[in-house]
Every structure is written in C-alpha cells, then in structure tokens.
Write a protein that binds this ligand. Structure first.
Ligand SMILES: [Zn+2]
Length: 625
C-alpha cells in the first residue's frame, strides 16, 4: 500500500522540478576517523531547489544487489538539520521510515544535514550487506548508501555528489572512484552521480595490499585485513586471480567498466558476504581467507561470482530491478538470471582460472545437487517463487529451510544453466556453448558502466539466436514445476552423476567445520545439526522427521553416549552391520525423549561420479579458454 503512495509522490515531484530547476549538487563530507568505534559521521550540504516550505529527503532503502528494502535505517542516528545556523524541525514519514520531511524557513537556498551511521558493534560480525558489521580496529569498508540523504524529485542519475572522506591516520584505501586530491588523511573524490557513489564503496585499513591483476583496463585487488600476516598469500593465488580476469575477458569478449577493483576484506569481525558493483565488488571473508588453504578453497567462488555481476546484473539488468532511485521497490522475478546465471558462470570461471581444481568444483556441485535433491519444499513452492519472495524472505532462519525453501534461485540455477549449456552444445554438435550466449548477451562493444535492461523474452530470444530450441518452454518448466527431485538432467548429460558414499569430500568436511555444523546425518537420517547438537532442520520423509524429531530440538546422546559428530558417525557406521535401532536422546523445550530409528544404511555423503557411457563435457566446460 505505502509503496503505491510513494510512486505517486515520486512522479508528481519529478516532472516540474526536473524540467525547471538545475540539477542539484550535494556535498557529503564523511569522517571515518572513528571507524574503530564503529561510528561514522557525515555532513551534507543539500541545495533547496523548490519554493515549498518542506524538503523531503530519502535515506537509501532499496540497495542494488541486496534484493530487498535493506538500507540500515535503524543505524541512522544523530540526525540534525540546520539552515543559516538555525536548527530545523523534521519528522519521519508515518508510512515510510526511510523518508524525512524537513521544515524550511523562507528564502533558504541550502540546508546542512549532520548524521552518524552507527555500524553493528556486537561481538561477532553481525548483519548482512552494507548494514552489517563493517569496521574493526584495523579496517573498514565505507558504503556511501549508509551515509547519504537525497532530495525527492530527482533520479539518482540526476543528482551529483561531491564526496570527501577522512580516514584514521595512516590508513590506506582502495576504491573505483576517481580521486581529485588527497591531503593527509582526507580524500577528495571527483564529483559523481548518486548512482555511481552508492555503487563505489571505499575499503580502508592499516594493513592493506594492492595487487595489480591487469593493465588494460586497469584491474586490481585492494585487500584490507586485520593483520599484516593475513595479506601474505602464496604467489600462485595472485596468479589465479590474474587468470580470473583473463578468463572473464575471454568468456565475455568485452567489458563494461573503465577499471575494476576487487575490494576484499579479511576479518573475523565484519559481516561476511559479497556485493557487486559495476567497477568493484565488496567481498568479505575471514581473516585467514587468503593464507589458510582450506578457508581459501571455501571462498574460491566468491570473487568470480561478484566479478561476473559486472556483466550480468550491473550491465545487463532485469528491467524491473532497474529503478530510478533507491526508494522505489524492486521486483526480483528475474533473479534466476541475475543470480542464477552468475552463480553458474562464477563457478565455471573459478575452475577455468584454477582458483578451484576440477575435483573441487565437482565436489561443490555435488553439495548443491544433493541439497536440492533433499528439498521437500519443492512440492509446494516453485523455483520462481524463491526469487519473487526474496525481498520479504531473505532473512528467514535455517529452521524448516528444507520445507520453506531457501534462496534456491542461486544454486538450482547452477544446475539449470548447466543444462541449458548442454542443450546448446548438443543442438549445435559442440560448435556453440553458453559462452556464445554470454558474448551475444553481455558482450561488445566495451563500454564504461551503463545499464542495458532485459525482460524474460530477451533471454529466450538471445538463447534462440545461439541455438534454436523451445527455450520459453524450457525455462517456464524449470521455474514453475513441482518435481520433488533436483534437476540433474544437465549434469547427467555432461557425463557425471550424483552418488553417495561413506567418505565425505574435503570440501564437505571443510564446510561443516567452517559453519560449526555437522551434516554427518543429513543425507542418511535427514537430520541437520548446528553447534553442540542443536537441530536446525529435519527433512520431511526421511527417518529423523518420520520418527517425530523436528527443528529447535537438541540431540543430547546417541546410543547412550553424549552426542558429538564423531559419536554419531560411529553409530551410523556400526548400525550397518547390527540390527538394533539407533537411539537418539533428544531435548525439546526442557523435556527429554528417546527416539528409536530403525536405520541401517550407514553414512551418506554426496559426490559426482563419472558416467563412462557419455563424453565428459563437464571437464571441457571448465577448462581454461
Ligand atoms: Zn550475486
């Protein structure tokens, strides 16, 4: 309801102002010298371009790439407006908490706004995206959307921002923004549109390393860490990232940026995620994410994914995700292309660049395929709805995830785009592939950042140009069917099949360890365990759920011994040769109960196994170009 009202306000405000008034330039001076205290200060000078007695200002709400109204409004504090030294009255909009109405005295041609952004300051890296934990004693990422207001009546392309940034003394920085000048710890950036400013975060820290990856166009990694040691990755790692850039250029045969900066945060105390931009990405992993081999392997798909977004998501963007400002809601129905194709191409590039070995890539796809093959929520909810629902559902808890479904438009579409790749290859006798689609859809000529929108029909038409096929029916079926199992046809056509055995892959174990979870009984009993035996989910139709166990309970003991992941594994193994049921002592809301499960199938861990009856096309797909 309120969204409709805002749309009317926007269009009513936009036409007279844009036509008659010159476009405003807003000055924003950010002081990040208190970043280790997790508070950033900003002062804005905002021209008044109308004769109205009220100025309506927005705090960015729908942040590109975050797929929801996630602008961290609860952390906007210290808000004071002044004109000619006098404090001005303001009130928050009753129907939209991101909107402020400021009373203007007569004859005022600009106002000053002071505000603080208080970043999450809990013991661990909290929150997600730009509203998540972003500062430590030694580093920070400045996301401009957390520090600006903008006036109603203009698109974000029409507003110019003249930004400056003060950093803690001695801290270095990296960004894709043009630097106009520096003076000690103060940086003055060249003026840019509000769109570009919000698209161009700044990483900064005491321990920083700049790693050049390519000259033309200039491409580099700007890495900030909580220690100097965290920056000392083995030499081959830099080489793999250089190959990532090279392989991406070969895949798309063009680029849509003037330069590209991988902004990489290495800290256990910031939120962990990746967020895409046209000319950079804001990707954050643990402090040892580059130097520890296991952590590096777990994160090996992150930068390829965010980099692919420069083409798929930023340059080519669904029309209904392309909004004129940060207030108008976004529609997320085409995220199966925006995120799904990016996930597939990012994974393919992670192997083509040797960030992952072919085996590591297959192990990660085995995890995807197995998880999707154990998602009973597919029977009531289709894949399209996982995309449509994300603005309101992205913070859903892990409990009941297999029945609710998670953000499957990412990972299920790895399998679906692999399937599409296989259809193209088969229909053209191997002459064409999804690489050709990328060159047609995302490729030349190279341009600076720009947005070229698309709708469902454009995707279908481009696929048809590469290889004639009933692509409309293919995608409609993939997006709307209620089949219980994962779509494995493309994988099987590529010469591999999903199998289960008793030995977890290295990736499976590393993933368990990283998340503090145990998936020892996930594919045998359908039991997903969090820290210390807490039960995060049970999969409908599998033994644990059938026995009456559900999420929110806690596994206390297995066959009379206190639970640990190893004890559970041993019990599953021993159960294969015995006839006694598995005994699980479970706590539920202070009650204890023993569940007896007559299960003798042993441990089950997913792998991809070669199907020798078919050519190994998968290995061709992930070979360097
Ligand atoms: Zn993404």
């Amino acid at each position: 309801m309120f969204a409709c009202g805002l749309l009317i306000l926007l269009s009513a405000g936009a036409s007279p102002l844009s036509g008659e008034q010159s476009r405003p330039t807003i000055t924003v001076r950010v002081d990040a010298s208190d970043a280790p205290r997790k508070i950033l200060h900003a002062k804005l000078t905002i021209p008044v371009t109308s004769s109205s007695s009220t100025l309506t200002l927005y705090y960015p709400k729908w942040i590109p790439g975050e797929h929801g109204p996630t602008g961290p409004i609860q952390d906007l504090t210290g808000l004071i407006f002044r004109a000619h030294g006098q404090e001005l009255k303001w009130r928050r909009d009753l129907l939209d908490g991101w909107t402020f109405h400021v009373d203007l005295p007569a004859g005022v041609d600009s106002i000053e706004a002071s505000l603080d952004f208080v970043a999450p300051a809990g013991p661990e890296g909290e929150g997600t995206y730009t509203g998540g934990a972003s500062a430590t004693e030694a580093m920070t990422v400045v996301s401009w959307n957390t520090l600006v207001l903008y006036p109603q009546g203009w698109t974000s392309d029409e507003l110019t921002y003249q930004a400056s940034l003060r950093l803690p003394p001695g801290w270095k920085f990296g960004t894709s923004l043009d630097v106009a000048s520096t003076n000690g710890s103060e940086i003055q950036f060249a003026p840019v549109s509000l769109t570009t400013l919000v698209d161009s975060p700044v990483i900064s820290g005491e321990f920083m390393r700049i790693v050049p990856l390519a000259d033309n166009p200039p491409t580099e990694m700007d890495i900030a860490a909580d220690s100097a040691r965290a920056l000392e990755a083995p030499a081959e790692v830099w080489d793999h990232y250089k190959q990532l850039v090279e392989q991406a250029q070969k895949l798309f045969a063009a680029h849509h940026y003037r330069r590209y900066h991988f902004l990489y945060s290495l800290s256990d105390h910031v939120a962990h995620f990746g967020l895409e931009h046209h000319e950079s990405d804001d990707s954050r992993v643990g402090e040892r994410g580059l130097v520890d081999e296991t952590e590096r392997k777990l994160a090996a798909g992150l930068l390829p994914h965010e980099y692919v977004h420069s083409w798929n998501g930023k340059f080519r963007r669904p029309a209904d995700l392309t909004t004129p400002d940060f207030e108008q809601p976004m529609k997320t129905d085409l995220l199966w292309v925006y995120e799904g194709l990016t996930s597939y191409l990012g994974d393919v590039l992670s192997a083509r660049s040797h960030l992952r070995t072919p085996e590591e890539l297959r192990d990660s796809w085995a995890l995807i395929a197995a998880a999707l093959d154990h998602t009973p929520g597919r029977t009531w909810r289709n894949l399209q709805d996982t995309a449509n629902g994300v603005p309101s559902m992205q913070d859903a808890p892990p409990q009941w995830e297999s029945w609710r479904r998670g953000l499957d438009y990412y990972e299920e579409n790895v399998l679906n785009w692999l399937w599409a790749d296989m259809i193209i290859r088969q229909a053209t006798q191997g002459k064409r592939s999804l690489d050709d689609f990328c060159q047609l859809f995302h490729g030349g000529p190279s341009t600076p950042p720009m947005v070229k929108t698309y709708i469902f029909d454009d995707v279908v038409n481009a696929l048809n140009q590469v290889a004639p096929y009933d692509w409309r029916r293919f995608w409609t079926e993939r997006l709307t069917n209620h089949g219980p199992g994962a779509p494995l046809e493309g994988l099987q056509a590529s010469g591999w099949r999903l199998v289960y055995d008793e030995t977890p892959s290295e990736l499976f174990r590393a993933d368990e360890e990283d998340r503090g979870h145990s998936d020892a009984a996930l594919y045998s009993l359908g039991l997903a365990l969090g820290k210390s035996g807490t039960i995060s989910d049970t999969i409908a139709g599998m033994p644990a759920a059938k026995a009456g166990i559900g999420p929110g309970m806690k596994l206390i003991a297995v066959n009379g011994r206190q639970y640990s992941a190893d004890i559970l594994r041993d019990a599953l193994r021993e159960g294969k040769t015995g006839s006694a049921p598995l005994e699980l002592l479970v706590e539920n809301t202070t009650y204890f109960k023993t569940y007896r499960i007559d299960y003798h199938g042993g441990e089950k861990y997913p792998h991809l196994e070669r199907d020798e009856s078919k050519p190994d096309v998968l290995s061709d797909i992930i070979k360097p170009r």
